[in-house]
Design a protein around this ligand. Structure first.
Ligand code: GZL
Length: 336
């Protein structure tokens, strides 16, 4: 689809648009897009610190100077907004579509439309449950491994504090049900949980990766269960909410508290919670996908092939580490 046609669609029928201001805006748009790699990016939302850091990592690299024209759409955690955004990208004839699918299902039709329009789709962060020929590649974290590592860390920690033989009551705040992060973290931790007869998972509930829901659900758990020893929270913002609920109940959390908290993501605010003793451990989910995705698109644009699945590096943090130094180093990376 040629750009002039796109602009005609964008500004209503040719000839009936108001004054020349629309025309000059369209001309500005044309030149801004010319000789750039036009990328449509449908982002899940801005529900967490991780998500905001993730979005920032794209906006830092998908710039005019780097040869890109980025069309960014925030779906506010609604799949229907993502479906609309992808169809709009197809209508505009973008060169590439980046999609972070809020949940794994419901993408077959729209990705078939993208394929029919010959627009490569790069899946990022979360996965879509579609045939492999409907996307070029997927880039993100190994969420199952994050869950297993959290379970293994807990095993070692309990031995270290002499509680490995005690009966322990656990609750879990899950992420958005059906999202790859929730599926993987739950399954990974489960595979360690089932090896311990003395670990009792009292209840799991989704709090949709948000702080407000995390506080609400954790308050319910605290009402319902007189004895909670451990919280497994599938992202830091839900953990922030849980800390509020625990403290509102006059209880404490973290290494010397009533409730241990194991969290996921590891952005700056969460690392500070670890430093100040509210969390026991955080399993990193690398939010800085922008540069990796930009490199992949440049390779594709140069006619090179890329791997179908690209995992990013991740680690974990606990209070045995030099957290102040780690926080300074992370701040530097994020400010570059
Ligand atoms: C994980 C990402 C999750 C984060 C949450 O890669 O999809 O979504 O763990 C975010 O913070 O909301």
């Amino acid at each position: 689809m040629t750009l002039s046609l796109i602009l005609a669609i964008g500004c209503g029928k040719q000839g009936n648009s108001p004054a020349s201001s629309v025309k000059s805006a369209a001309e500005a748009e044309t030149s801004a897009r010319q000789s750039k790699i036009v990328v449509g990016f449908s982002q899940v939302g801005s529900e967490s610190d991780w998500r905001r850091a993730n979005t920032a990592s794209y906006k830092k690299v998908f710039t005019d100077e780097n040869g890109f024209y980025l069309i960014y759409e925030d779906a506010q955690q609604k799949q229907e907004n993502q479906l609309k955004a992808v169809r709009n990208f197809i209508l505009q004839g973008v060169d590439y579509i980046i999609l972070d699918p809020i949940v794994e299902t419901g993408w077959e039709e729209v990705l078939k439309e993208a394929k029919k329009a010959n627009i490569p789709v790069i899946l990022v962060d979360r996965k879509a449950d579609v045939a492999p020929d409907l996307y070029t590649c997927w880039i993100g974290s190994d969420f199952y491994k994050e869950g297993v590592n959290a379970g293994k860390w807990l095993e070692n920690y309990l031995v270290k504090i002499g509680k490995d033989k005690e009966n322990l009551n656990i609750v879990s705040l899950q992420g958005t049900l059906g999202s790859t992060a929730q599926i993987g973290r739950t399954a990974g931790f489960d595979d360690i949980l089932k090896e311990h007869k003395n670990w009792h998972m009292l209840e799991r509930q989704t709090a949709d990766f948000t702080q407000a829901k995390g506080k609400e659900v954790m308050s319910e758990f605290l009402q319902k269960y007189p004895e909670i020893d451990i919280l497994i929270s599938e992202n830091d913002n839900m953990s922030f909410g849980a800390v509020e609920a625990i403290k509102a109940k006059g209880m404490t959390c973290g290494p010397n508290g009533d409730v241990m908290i194991i969290s996921y993501d590891g952005d700056i605010a969460a690392l500070n919670k670890l430093l100040y003793g509210d969390f026991n451990a955080i399993f990193e989910c690398n939010s800085q996908l922008g540069p990796v995705v930009a490199e992949v698109i440049k390779k594709l644009n140069a006619g090179a092939s890329v791997d179908k699945t690209i995992y990013v590096e991740e680690t974990y943090f606990d209070d045995t580490m030099e957290l102040s130094k780690i926080i300074q180093e992370r701040k530097k990376i994020l400010s570059n």
